[in-house]
Design a protein around this ligand. Structure first.
Ligand SMILES: C[S@@+](CC[C@H](N)C(=O)[O-])C[C@H]1O[C@@H](n2cnc3c(N)ncnc32)[C@H](O)[C@@H]1O
Length: 321
């Protein structure tokens, strides 16, 4: 698939200036924007947002940059990167993280997989236009057996898988990761946790998202008060057979006046636009209630006194020799 200059231009403009953008209010060709029903498609892959939505792809491009920046780099934790030659990124989205890795570490051969044809086509177009020879992207469903031979990778990476993995699918995916990792290789997973803010509307929406994730069986939280994956990661890796498990927490301060305020509020405005069908379908609120909260949240996050923190946990483990 080729990307029209118009679509790429709109994504670039949207990334730079969300508030004046028209990207997620318009239609172009067969690319569905947010004014179309979303969750009917999304539920087919298990993902809570439509993975073939261009606005979602544009959001992920922004989110990738801000998470990597806030975490302090591509591998903020101790990592024997010279020993990594073959790297898999699961649910790579538009490929930003993997492409940064292979550019910084040219000895690495990177493979990115994602269920979305749109994301994979976009990442592949970047590989081609930037003449990157050490990365490739493939459409693959990570809830199914992975189409790679045993012991094919030195490192398997996954960031923000909670959105599509159910609690029962986590162990199956980690078994597959174990199978395709060479002895002595490693895995690293990064997942978000409930973020705290002084915006009443955003806090209510975050609570609704947590409860909707629980109802959709994507959350390990018993009462749906948190996103619920982060406390489980060490246990899940241990159950899969990994050892030398290490954890590192990251916080994103996107309060008003901070460097990440604009990009993370932009991210939130889009994510809660795109999540609305999921929240309604999980019966945590009516469409009207979610709409009113969204409008209130849009105002509150732009106030000069707005304070907000998002949390991520990276957990890494090794496959014994
Ligand atoms: C929140 S995004 C994370 C993207 C990327 N890992 C990052 O951190 O920037 C989740 C990604 O999972 C992909 N996805 C959803 N269901 C999937 C599945 N069953 N198998 C593989 N990828 C899937 C979506 O298309 C989307 O790109």
């Amino acid at each position: 698939m080729r990307f029209s200059r118009c679509l790429l231009g709109k994504i670039a403009r949207w990334n730079g200036d969300h508030q004046n953008s028209t990207v997620y209010r318009c239609k172009e060709g067969n690319r569905r924007m947010t004014d179309a029903p979303l969750f009917s498609d999304a539920s087919a892959s298990g993902y809570v947002i439509d993975a073939e939505n261009a606005a979602e792809m544009a959001r992920l491009i922004v989110q990738d940059r801000l998470i990597t920046q806030a975490m302090g780099g591509l591998f903020p934790e101790p990592m024997k990167i010279t020993q990594v030659h073959h790297l898999l990124d699961i649910a790579c989205g538009p490929g930003g993280w993997l492409l940064d890795v292979v550019k910084h570490y040219p000895h690495i051969q990177g493979v990115g997989i994602d269920i979305s044809q749109l994301m994979i086509d976009y990442a592949t177009s970047l590989v081609q236009t930037q003449r990157i020879s050490n990365a490739q992207f493939r459409v693959m469903d990570a809830t199914q057996p992975l189409q790679f031979p045993d012991q094919a990778f030195d490192l398997v990476n996954g960031r923000i898988l909670t959105g599509f993995l159910s609690t029962t699918q986590w162990p199956h995916l980690l078994q597959e990761c174990w199978r395709i990792t060479r002895p002595g290789g490693s895995i690293r997973l990064t997942e978000p946790e409930y973020g705290f803010t002084n915006s009443a509307a955003l806090d209510t929406l975050t609570g609704m998202a947590a409860e909707a994730l629980r109802r959709a069986h994507h959350s390990f939280s018993p009462h749906g008060r948190t996103f619920g994956t982060t406390p489980m990661l060490r246990f899940l890796l241990s159950q899969a057979g990994y050892d030398s498990i290490q954890q590192q927490a990251h916080v994103i301060d996107y309060s008003a006046g901070t460097p990440l305020h604009q990009s993370n509020t932009q991210n939130l405005l889009v994510v809660y636009q795109l999540l609305q069908p999921f929240l309604v379908q999980m019966h945590v609120a009516s469409a009207e209630e979610v709409h009113v909260l969204y409008e209130q949240m849009s105002t509150e996050v732009r106030r000069p006194e707005f304070c907000g923190l998002d949390y991520y946990l990276t957990v890494g483990g090794s496959k014994p020799q």
